[in-house]
Design a protein around this ligand. Structure first.
Ligand SMILES: Cc1cc2nc3c(=O)[nH]c(=O)nc-3n(C[C@H](O)[C@H](O)[C@H](O)COP(=O)(O)OP(=O)(O)OC[C@H]3O[C@@H](n4cnc5c(N)ncnc54)[C@H](O)[C@@H]3O)c2cc1C
Length: 471
């Protein structure tokens, strides 16, 4: 690697200032010297605020927190932030065969055969998910069989009506930003269990879509960044990590080198693969990261002068097998007069609309909003969308997926450190994998590993010093 005079020395380098990297740094900063190196000109990674022309802001990345995400609620409180519940009042709508039907709850009223089919397949899925331990999904009795098939192959076998399959796929799209054929059945079951249950992941009130954070989730990252002060470097992409002969690690970034004892990698798996390690990462680690592709999602938001759909008794929540926007929510900010409708383009649809121009995408999305909420929805005051697959330092979302054969063919070692390199980020979580809560959990684990290792090294050092002094 290059020699440069700008070599700094700290105990810990954290690569990536998403919510995981920031949390890991925050947990270690009181005790050790820490640098956080972030590629972008902002913190937050998959969390970002968009500012409308009228000054209002909205999350264009991750936004919801819900019951069971105890670390997130603790962090929100500790940083002096507050939450409010997503608007979940009135009727939801199912857009099916060109018609809109109103319903309440997570399961729409459709023909009784499809409804029974959907109910049975959901119950079966939940029971299977419950049978596994999220800290070791590969150890469950059926792990090999479930990891040998996709969620789609399983659905083809156990879901008898095409309508139930379509409705299930809407839920899967909303939860994974992927098609059922892309995901290992074992991973789908693990993911649901990791966040309690599929029902929890799908629900608004009482579920993963319950609460929003005032000031946006990116606001939490901004506060953590301020607390870290000069330890945080923006516009500092890391491109190499080298093991030195004296036992230190040398991290190469855009404007120099940092030597340290430990590194916490807090970047998405696909980004870790773009960094050059010397010596190279073990083959199993590289192969594992290669087999964790990200989902595909474009988050689309239209701003109106008011949430006009509420006057018609509508919640703003729509499910539509035809799409292209297959789910929508009332994303209006508490205390603001504007009405915000938000919809996701996911999986195949996201990949298609990532290729077309922004005008065509906007038209397709607003066309959907108009179909679901009437012509008034066609002409918002402002429209914004965010294609996370086009973001250089993310390249897909909400999170990485496990393809068949991954959990049982190397996934067992996912959270293991590679020497002095530790792994954090939502993809390395046991609980709430894929969510902000998972990112916090992974950071706690990685920070504890680093703390343990540095304490052990300090003890060994003081023993050696005592011996050298004849003590
Ligand atoms: C549209 C969308 C909706 C979502 N909805 C929700 C939701 O409602 N609730 C929820 O809990 N979660 C949601 N998520 C998921 C959530 O955003 C993520 O789980 C979480 O933000 C991941 O945090 P992280 O720190 O693990 O990774 P990231 O946020 O990806 O952070 C990684 C950081 O590393 C940086 N980086 C990458 N490469 C390098 C490099 N070489 N050198 C230096 N820095 C680098 C990146 O710039 C980034 O800042 C959503 C995500 C998206 C995109």
């Amino acid at each position: 690697m290059h020699n440069t005079s700008a070599v700094e020395r700290v105990q810990v380098v954290v690569v990536g200032a998403g919510i995981a990297g920031l949390n890991a740094a925050r947990l270690l900063a009181g005790k050790y010297s820490v640098n956080v190196l972030e590629a972008r000109d902002r913190v937050g990674g998959r969390l970002q605020n968009h500012y409308f022309a009228n000054g209002d802001s909205v999350d264009v990345g991750g936004q919801w927190v819900g019951p069971g995400q105890k670390r997130m609620y603790r962090l929100i409180e500790a940083l002096g932030a507050t939450t409010w519940p997503l608007y979940d009042t009135g009727d939801n709508q199912l857009h099916l065969a060109g018609k809109l039907r109103r319903y309440r709850g997570t399961i729409p009223r459709v023909n009784p055969v499809a409804l029974a089919d959907l109910g049975l397949v959901m119950a079966r899925f939940e029971a299977m998910a419950k049978s596994l331990d999220p800290s070791a999904p590969w150890q469950c009795k059926n792990a090999a069989r479930w990891d040998a098939m996709t969620l789609d192959s399983w659905l083809q076998k156990h879901c008898y009506t095409s309508l139930a399959r379509e409705l299930f796929a809407i839920g899967i799209g909303a939860v994974f930003a992927a098609e059922p054929r892309e995901i290992s059945l074992l991973h789908a079951l693990f993911y649901a269990r990791s966040g309690n249950s599929l029902e929890t992941l799908l629900a608004v009130t009482g579920g993963a879509q319950q609460d929003r954070v005032h000031g946006g989730t990116a606001g939490l990252c901004d506060i953590m960044a301020r607390q870290l002060g000069e330890r945080l470097r923006l516009n500092t992409p890391v491109d190499g990590i080298e093991q030195l002969a004296d036992g230190s690690l040398q991290v190469r970034h855009a404007s120099g080198l940092v030597q340290c004892d430990r590194v916490i990698m807090a970047v998405p798996p696909n980004q870790a693969l773009r960094i050059r390690f010397e010596p190279a990462l073990p083959a199993w680690r590289d192969m594992l990261l290669q087999r964790m592709p990200a989902g595909s999602c474009i988050k689309c938001i239209a701003r109106y002068d008011k949430p006009f759909w509420r006057e018609d008794g509508l919640s703003g929540q729509v499910a539509s097998p035809a799409g292209p926007v297959r789910v929508t929510f009332d994303n209006s900010e508490q205390g603001k007069s504007s009405g915000l409708l938000m919809g996701f383009l996911e999986g195949d649809v996201a990949r298609h609309y990532s290729r077309v121009g922004p005008e065509q995408r906007r038209e397709a999305v607003l066309d959907c909003f108009a179909r679901y909420f009437g012509e008034a929805a066609r002409n918002p005051q402002e429209y914004v969308d965010k294609d996370w697959s086009s973001e250089a330092w993310t390249r897909g979302c909400y999170a990485a997926l496990m393809a068949p054969g991954t959990w049982t063919g190397g996934g067992q070692r996912l959270r293991e450190a590679n020497g002095q390199i530790h792994w954090a980020g939502t993809e390395f979580a046991v609980e709430w994998f894929g969510y902000m809560e998972g990112a916090l959990e992974s950071a706690e684990r990685a920070a504890a590993e680093v703390d343990g290792a540095l304490q052990q090294a300090a003890r060994a050092h003081s023993r050696e010093s005592a011996v050298a002094c004849g003590g």
